[in-house]
Design a protein around this ligand. Structure first.
Ligand SMILES: [Zn+2]
Length: 394
């Protein structure tokens, strides 16, 4: 009997257990649960990790978060594989997070089979509510990733790639407080709505004077109740998005300054609040991206797209990327004609391409982790790049 190398063990673990992983993916597809309601999904994944020999905790940091730990008891790096598993209303797993979970579990089980040879600690982290509440933000703030050497995941989509930047998102609510009055005796009132409308217009004007790839978009949430009453209350909800959180905060300050002046002009007071979870931008680790590219190509994947430098949206992966070297790769499971957040994308996760994508993505992550376990100096270089980049962003 010949013994398998660590690499062969990882590849075989994923191929041999693929039916189990696809059963998990199918179960999540059949029972989609939206963010912060993923209790059955959490139980499903935790149960699998238990049986695979991980020490698990359910309800970790947030009610539907979990962690599976495997500690070799020997010195070595701490590796975190992230699982998302929240669905969307109406389109179920239209963002393919059920496949992300399958990829994470498969990667975890494969790496667990070899990590004793090297030492260190393996974490499979269940990070819920990516779409709406940012489970990774809560976990990052709780320090889950502070002692992690590298955090990895792969998201399904219409191309193979090593991920890209995402916009920092600062969600700010402006509330305006005026004085009610009969609309035919307006001189005794102060219109919160006027202040809100002027603020909306002025914030629009700020747009011309911001850096490229900065987006400011808002709505009037409250604007009064009746035409014959001068409104005493109005509110605006805004997203300030920018290439970095530092810059998103800078343009938020510009807007607040404008609102301040407008309120003075209208005899109205205001207050601001953060009304949703802020998402940091995604910090790229190019050395880590290089390793995943190399492993993807070794597995026969072609057209592996390089780091996408232009952010098109925001994700809670950003929060993790400010705490430790992080990568969110992509795996192709459908054609370009399939959009994210659709039933077609959900269907792709349980298709033959979805299955093949799970295998390649988990193998790509598994071999990336193996590379770092076998070559600690690479991990040192990756962490140095992380420290250098973060220092420029603060
Ligand atoms: Zn997604």
């Amino acid at each position: 009997m010949t013994t398998l190398s660590a690499k062969e063990t990882i590849l075989a673990s994923i191929e041999n257990n693929i039916d189990d992983y696809m059963e998990l993916v199918q179960t999540m597809y059949d029972n989609p649960e939206i963010g912060n309601e993923e209790f059955e999904t959490m139980a499903l994944l935790v149960n699998y990790l238990d049986q695979a020999g991980f020490k698990t905790t359910s309800g970790y940091v947030v009610p539907t978060g979990f962690i599976g730990e495997y500690d070799t008891g020997k010195a070595g790096p701490t590796i975190a594989v992230m699982c998302e598993y929240d669905a969307l209303p109406e389109v179920g797993h239209g963002c393919g997070h059920n496949l992300i979970a399958g990829i994470g579990i498969a990667t975890g089980e494969a790496v667990k089979a070899v990590i004793d040879q090297f030492g260190g600690k393996l974490l499979v982290v269940g990070t819920p509510a990516e779409e709406n509440f940012g489970g990774k933000v809560s976990m990052s703030e709780a320090g889950v990733f502070d002692d992690v050497d590298v955090a990895l995941m792969v998201h399904p989509g219409s191309h193979n790639g090593v991920g890209g930047r995402s916009s920092a998102l600062n969600p700010i609510k402006f509330e305006f407080f005026g004085t009610n009055a009969h609309a035919c005796k307006p001189q005794s009132g102060a219109s919160a709505l006027d202040a809100a409308v002027m603020s909306y217009l002025q914030i629009n004007l700020i747009r011309q004077f911001v850096n490229p790839h900065t987006y400011i978009h808002g709505v009037i949430k409250d604007g009064g109740e009746a035409a014959n009453v001068i409104p005493a209350y109005a509110s605006l909800e805004y997203y300030f998005r920018a290439p970095t959180m530092a810059y998103a905060k800078e343009i938020t300050e510009k807007a607040i300054k404008a609102v301040d002046g407008i309120c003075a002009a209208n005899g109205v007071t205001y207050q601001t609040s953060t009304y949703e979870c802020p998402y940091e931008d995604t910090v790229i680790n190019y050395l880590l991206a290089d390793v995943l590219t190399e492993k993807y190509e070794e597995l026969g994947l072609t057209d592996v797209q390089p780091v996408d430098e232009v952010a098109t949206g925001s994700t809670d992966v950003g929060a993790v990327s400010y705490r430790c070297p992080t990568i969110q790769g992509f795996i192709k499971i459908c054609g370009e004609e399939v959009n994210a957040h659709t039933v077609e994308m959900a269907n792709a996760t349980i298709s033959p391409d979805g299955k093949n994508g799970l295998i390649k993505a988990a193998q790509g992550l598994g071999l990336t982790i193996l590379e770092l376990l076998e070559n600690p100096e690479k991990l040192v270089a990756i962490k140095q790049e992380f420290d250098t980049t973060i220092a420029t962003l603060k």
